[in-house]
Write a protein that binds this ligand. Sequence first.
Ligand SMILES: [Zn+2]
Length: 677
Amino acid sequence: MRLFAAMFAGAALAASAQDAPITSFPYTPGLDVSSMDRSADACSDFYQYSCGGWLKNNPIPSDQAKWSVYGKLYQDNQRFLWGILDSLAKQGEGRNATQQKIGDYFAACMDEAAVEKLGAKPLAPYLARVNAMKDKRELGAVLGDLHMDTGDAGLFFGVGSNQDFANSNDVIAFAGAGGLGLPDRDYYTKDDDRSKEIRNKYVAHMTRVFNLLGDTPEIAAKNALVVMSVETALAKASLTRVQKRDPYNLFHKMDGKGLRAMTPAFDWDAYLGRLGLAKLDTFNVTEPAFFKAFDAELGSRSLAEIQTYLRWHLAKEASPYLSPAFVNENFEFFSKTLRGVPQLRPRWKRCVTLVDSQLGEALGQEFVARAFSPKLKDDTNRMTKRIEQAMRDDIQSLSWMSDATKKRAMEKLETIVNKIGYPDKWRDYSSVEVKRGDFFGNVERATRFEQKRDLAKIGKPLDRGEWLMTPPTVNAYYNAQMNDINFPAGVLQPPLYDPKMDDAPNYGNTGGTIGHELTHGFDDQGRQFDAQGNLKDWWTPEDGKAFEERAACISDQYAQYVIVDDIRINSKLTLGEDVADVGGLILAWMAWKAETIDKKLEDRDGMTPEQRFFVGYAQWACENDRPENLRVKALTDPHSPGRYRVNGLVVNMPEFEKAFSCKPGAPMAAVKRCRVW
Ligand SMILES: [Zn+2]
């Protein structure tokens, strides 16, 4: 479970315009003058000034919910991975064991004719297991098996390994809420017309899937309402995303006796036995109210209703791996209706994504060998150290923090581990059998491997070298419990990090990202964990209060911004990301100034170095979004839209106002500034 891994940017999926594998990345410069709109006034709308050309030249591809600089790089990245996988799939002789696995996995996935021929058949053994239930008491054993096979928390809940909040060196079992088909609990509870419409369409979608499973239209419609009613009960008992930002809301350790007493209708002995955890006696139940609601549902529902619920979630989870009838039905609701995407992604994209998610560190080895040189690693490492030094200087200079808290903050900063590019030790996939003609079987075996790997960590010494993202990932994260920052090789590529460019745009862009991740260690969530990753308050009460006041300034500022329609940013949800954005770029600025103190900086393209720093920053955030997708993001995404990640940030920096000689009172020259770091 990745409870406290704060992601930098949700990577978008790829476009269909260029449907051919590639063996080298097309070059896009870190600062692209043609992406700017120099007819716009930088002091009125800096996002338009930096991204206006990009927005105009980059309409959203038909298979995408949004399109962005990250999304475009991700598309190149996918085509590059396609090149690797395509050649390994075709190569008969001379592949090593890792290459065989990813090559054959990809080949099996691409064989749509074989998948079509099987129809819903691969799902049959799972449905049979559910249909054979004679008593609700059997749910423990059945769910245990299904969780091992599907790895999915969509089936009521999930159990996985996680660091103990109280002692970060201990890996314990976390039982977490799940069980919903829609992307957030709010979809079930909100009363506006749009939410009602989505719920109706969701029921209609479930009806069609039950139909595909062989139910008559009448039965299918009835079954869909049963699922909706179970999920609504679970949703009402689930925490909101804002509530989940407070780790104390998710920390409820109990022993096996406590767990069983809380959910008497569920057979934990049978369940844990199936997970190979029969003797386990320490649990963190992240959301007790949810588990009580689950127990109440189990107690009050008929066996047939429980079976209906399970059948739906099995079909939903398996749909991407089944025949086109299931794939298309799943796409129609979850992509087209929910996010406004007109067209299904071509099969190769879906297969590349699958290899990355199931055998990511095997694919990652091939990616790193081709796209991440030791020099690139050294250079980005050096930049990271610069940003860290800036944070040291910054903390020491804070007027609002006492020496006592500063000492602890410095301890935490010094303990942060920098992970750059890829893990020191690669994951061993030797026990995963991959067969060329067995796509569904490969998915099952890789899923079981991952489930076993995850659960096997419980009770064992913590592996501090582990990564939560694969090397090709175009994203980055900070993990509060590991207290590490992680930058996969995929995110350290042009135009985000451009070795051909000078420092100004690189520090603005990737430097800003590094600063962003570092400050996550000190945002509203991260600051609650100490240097060792334990949930422990290390702030003096006055300093804690001073932090909250400064964070509230940012929260109030972002709450003004409209996302789509009349929906404003839920700035309590985006607080950590907004604070990290603002603080991150200040650190990048300080680091850039230190790095270039002895260098003579020159104007380029009619811009000063300072202006290029800011344009370099802004150009990572250019994005076009579909209104449907914006509505989903308003409920689920802890990041603010790109426009505000740029404009909302620069208004807080006097350095920006000076760089562009903005007149007092200009929209980008705020009278009231917010600053935490
Ligand atoms: Zn972030």
